[in-house]
Write a protein of this length. Structure first.
Length: 212
């Protein structure tokens, strides 16, 4: 699928652009990441970084996000097409393309999702579940991959507070919450098998571990 080609290109370019800081999301973090990317060569500043992009693949985003994404890609591609293969990009070209590229990263967050499908599932689940979960469920995150049977799967992590766990709220309301999330997942549609899990802050160091 074109979206998978685009996502691979984008993730590769994002790695060349430079990793987000540990304070990602805090004021000034994006500006700092951009400034780091502007020093030295700019191997990310090539048309291939956004090859395969089709805004229609992101029809699950809000209209405003789709338009912002489309414009950012067009601005990036316009600069990338002007960069000569025989000499480095100028400082102004790097800054203009870097600002556009950072806007793309802010919308799509390829640093957080190995596959575009993970981003799609999480985006749609957040919409479907808005206002339907207890306040002590602080957010969700999705990881795609294959399970122990080598079948396509998605791990849906429900981030709950330590206090909710300590007070027994998770155990008490788990079945109802799991049903709510499963119903939302069924509504958005996916070929992946969902594994829905609770996780509290004390478990975050083990976030790379999965249990199918």
């Amino acid at each position: 699928m074109a979206i998978d080609v685009f996502w691979r290109n984008l993730r590769t370019a994002a790695g060349l652009f430079g990793p987000p800081s540990d304070s990602a999301g805090s004021p000034g973090a994006d500006a700092a990441r951009l400034e780091r990317a502007l020093h030295g060569a700019a191997p990310w500043l090539i048309p291939r970084s956004v090859n395969g992009f089709d805004v229609r693949d992101f029809d699950f985003l809000e209209p405003g996000q789709q338009e912002a994404l489309r414009q950012a890609v067009e601005r990036f591609r316009s600069v990338a097409d002007q960069v000569s293969a025989k000499k480095p990009a100028t400082a102004s070209q790097k800054r203009e393309a870097g600002q556009a590229f950072l806007e793309i990263l802010e919308v799509l967050k390829p640093d957080q999702f190995i596959e575009a499908d993970g981003f799609r599932i999480q985006t749609l689940l957040e919409k479907e579940l808005r206002g339907k979960l207890p306040s002590w469920v602080k957010g969700i995150s999705c990881e795609t991959g294959t399970d122990t049977g080598d079948d396509p799967a998605v791990w849906i992590w429900l981030h709950v507070t330590d206090e909710a766990t300590d007070r027994g709220l998770v155990a008490k309301h788990a079945l109802g919450i799991l049903d709510e999330v499963q119903s939302a997942f069924d509504r958005i549609g996916s070929h992946r098998w969902p594994y829905i899990r609770f996780r509290n802050p004390s478990e975050l160091p083990a976030s790379g571990e999965r249990t199918a």
